[in-house]
Design a protein around this ligand. Structure first.
Ligand SMILES: Nc1ncnc2c1ncn2[C@@H]1O[C@H](COP(=O)(O)OP(=O)(O)OP(=O)(O)O)[C@@H](O)[C@H]1O
Ligand SMILES: [Mg+2]
Length: 246
């Protein structure tokens, strides 16, 4: 069976000359949940934007069976769901309901099917009660949860989340963790929340300076204090809790 992600020597330079990715090699099997860790400016968001073709650099990249940059872009967008770091990049319709329905309708689902998807996705992030409100009238944490719902509603094969737990209150963070843990999709989770990573992901990679500098069991990576320190990563509560979570 093909891999969910197969990246070989992926490089990307922004138009202003800044290097975003400096030779990324990564293989992800179907069904894996991988944490993407790394300091600010490491290239995590740049990598994520490559996974559905929003950015396209050199090297080879296959995602969900499609060659990025050359294959069917529409199919790629249907198979890969990106939750952006900033929810305001994801929400643009006058109401939450319309925002969450947008993807399913775009995939060609009927109004009734889209309606069902909206209800399920909003329930998954506990946001049914805001369905008729305007996204810009919600708090940041609420907008983040709605942004996640817009992607869940499309039922993608690969789910890529950029900082999903940022600005969530503890209960919402816990519920998001449980929601994501129940999903069967292949998942890439970019996060600075190392304990979130430890609970959700069996495997982790560290991206630093546009390259993958570590790839292994999440628990092993989080126990390696020297490795974490070398890439500006820190656990909030020390090793014991990570061992317990792993
Ligand atoms: N639109 C852009 N134009 C030019 N350079 C950019 C742009 N976006 C990001 N960069 C640069 O590319 C590099 C990688 O940035 P990226 O946003 O991928 O980092 P990141 O790992 O997601 O960081 P963070 O943890 O802060 O979200 C950085 O040096 C950054 O300054
Ligand atoms: Mg980022």
């Amino acid at each position: 069976m093909s891999c969910a992600i197969e990246a070989h020597d992926v490089r990307y330079r922004y138009p202003n000359g800044v290097v975003g990715l400096d030779g990324v090699d990564l293989s992800v099997a179907h069904g894996e949940r991988i944490a993407v860790l790394g300091p600010n400016g490491a290239g995590k968001t740049t990598l994520m934007l490559h996974l559905n073709g929003l950015l396209s650099g050199s090297g080879t990249l296959f995602v969900a069976g499609v060659r990025v940059g050359e294959g069917d872009a529409r199919q790629l967008r249907a198979r890969v769901g990106l939750v952006f770091q900033d929810p305001d990049d994801q929400l643009f319709m006058p109401s939450v309901r319309e925002d969450v329905a947008f993807g399913p309708l775009n995939l060609g689902l009927s109004r009734a099917e889209a309606c069902e998807r909206v209800a399920e996705a909003l329930a998954a992030v506990r946001m049914q009660h805001v369905a008729d409100r305007a996204p810009h009238q919600l708090s940041l944490g609420q907008r983040r949860r709605v942004a996640i719902a817009t992607v869940l509603a499309m039922d993608p094969r690969l789910l890529v989340l950029d900082e999903p737990s940022a600005s969530l209150d503890p209960r919402s963070r816990r519920e998001l963790l449980q929601t994501l843990a129940r999903l069967e999709q292949t998942m890439l989770v970019v996060t600075h929340d190392l304990l979130f990573a430890a609970e959700l992901c069996e495997r982790a990679v560290i991206l630093s300076g546009g390259r993958i500098v570590a790839d292994g069991r999440c628990a092993d990576i989080l126990r390696d204090e020297d490795l974490l320190a070398a890439h500006d990563l820190e656990l909030p509560y020390g090793r014991l809790e990570v061992a317990a979570a792993a």
